[in-house]
Design a protein around this ligand. Structure first.
Ligand code: ZN
Length: 392
């Protein structure tokens, strides 16, 4: 089966889903793609709940094998990369060249995918639900219908493995490097500080296998989160309930504003995780190796202007960290806004784009939280113009 998995990975461009190339995936854009999956005889699409605004939440079942996996995506509405990777995975399974892989996986695993757990947030291109509650902090009180739906299915199905799929913001880097963390993992903690539980360790073993496979072929940054326990978070509580849980966070990559690189990496994570579970080879992974994966850090700005003098008489030298944020306008288009996120000595930070402004001076006063619009004048060089975080 490993050979077929490698072929799937190598031929990704041949079968990847054609219509979901934007980072944003609203419920309106998602629904017709989901509808098409209903026609496939190897999948069962079923409504399992409704959001607070009564948009349906669905499960997609694949396979009849003994090892049960529940994988959910887009609990945060503006984090669609894993939903898109999941569509790519179903495209792979319907591709005629991979019917053998489909049959082999189908005999070994049963995958219950819940794409777009937060359809109201997705429709608004926002993280939280329509009630402005962060569903990833509702695992204990369970007041949102979205989280109630997730926990009902986990309690009813008692999966062997759970995959909690998110996107992380661009600011995450591989610790100590200017490399964006294009994919990050965590085997969540269970509030037991004295030792790792068995299922926590087993999830670490699987992550070790996944990341060593990536390290062989991908030139993307891979990192892991630290073991802080979040008392109300979903993954932590599901791990605590005794279900092996893996958190996957798709992240940035230079020149990949629509996250199609991280989507491909996430697709590889899904297909490889299915293989590792189907073949029982996840147990070749080692906890020690997992702990050696570099940590995730938050030292990346979208733009970092280095070594510039403020517009004052004191010749104050600063670096300027600029971060982008995305919202939808009234016609549903994505608007990118930049803000000045930090000022001062940012010499241990990195930027997707870095501008060295040594010898330059700002011509206007700037402040934290304002849009990044400024000019930098030099004695012997042309002026640098920055408008909404972009160099003109
Ligand atoms: Zn998230």
């Amino acid at each position: 089966m490993k050979k077929l998995i490698n072929e799937a990975s190598e031929n990704y461009r041949d079968f990847k889903h054609p219509n979901i190339n934007s980072k944003k995936l609203t419920y309106t854009e998602f629904a017709p793609q989901l509808e098409k999956l209903k026609a496939l005889n190897f999948l069962t699409v079923k409504q399992i709940g409704v959001s607070i605004e009564r948009r349906p939440i669905h499960s997609i079942r694949f396979g009849k094998g003994p090892k049960k996996i529940i994988l959910w995506t887009q609990m945060h509405g503006n984090e669609a990369t894993a939903t898109r990777a999941l569509f790519d995975f179903f495209s792979l399974l319907q591709s005629s060249g991979f019917s053998e892989l489909r049959n082999q996986l189908s005999n070994k695993i049963e995958l219950i995918a819940i794409p777009m757990l937060n359809p109201d947030g997705a429709e608004r291109y926002q993280r939280r639900t329509a009630l402005d509650i962060d569903p990833n902090r509702d695992a204990v009180r369970q007041q949102t219908p979205e989280i109630q739906t997730l926990f009902s299915i986990i309690e009813a199905e008692k999966p062997d493995w759970c995959f909690n799929m998110h996107d992380q913001r661009n600011l995450f880097n591989v610790s100590g490097e200017n490399t964006p963390a294009t994919i990050s993992f965590l085997s969540p903690s269970t509030n037991d500080k004295t030792h790792f539980t068995t299922n926590q360790k087993e999830a670490m073993q699987l992550i070790d296998c996944l990341t060593s496979d990536f390290a062989k072929k991908a030139s993307v940054g891979i990192a892991r989160f630290t073991h802080e326990f979040y008392p109300t978070a979903t993954g932590d509580n599901i791990q605590k309930m005794g279900f092996r849980t893996v958190l996957v966070e798709s992240g940035g990559f230079r020149g990949d504003s629509n996250r199609n690189v991280s989507r491909e990496v996430c697709f590889n994570a899904i297909v490889n995780a299915c293989y590792l579970i189907a073949s029982d080879s996840w147990n070749k992974g080692a906890v020690d190796n997992y702990l050696k994966i570099p940590e995730n850090d938050t030292k990346l700005f979208d733009v970092l202007v280095k070594n510039v003098m403020l517009n004052n008489s004191k010749r104050t030298l600063v670096d300027i960290g600029v971060e982008y944020s995305e919202t939808l306008n009234s016609s549903g288009q994505v608007v990118v806004t930049s803000i000045i996120k930090d000022l001062g000595d940012l010499s241990h930070y990195f930027g997707y784009q870095e501008i060295d402004a040594k010898g330059g001076q700002l011509t206007t006063t700037i402040s934290l939280g304002l849009e990044a619009n400024f000019e930098i004048e030099f004695e012997n060089k042309p002026t640098i113009l920055v408008r909404n975080g972009c160099m003109k």
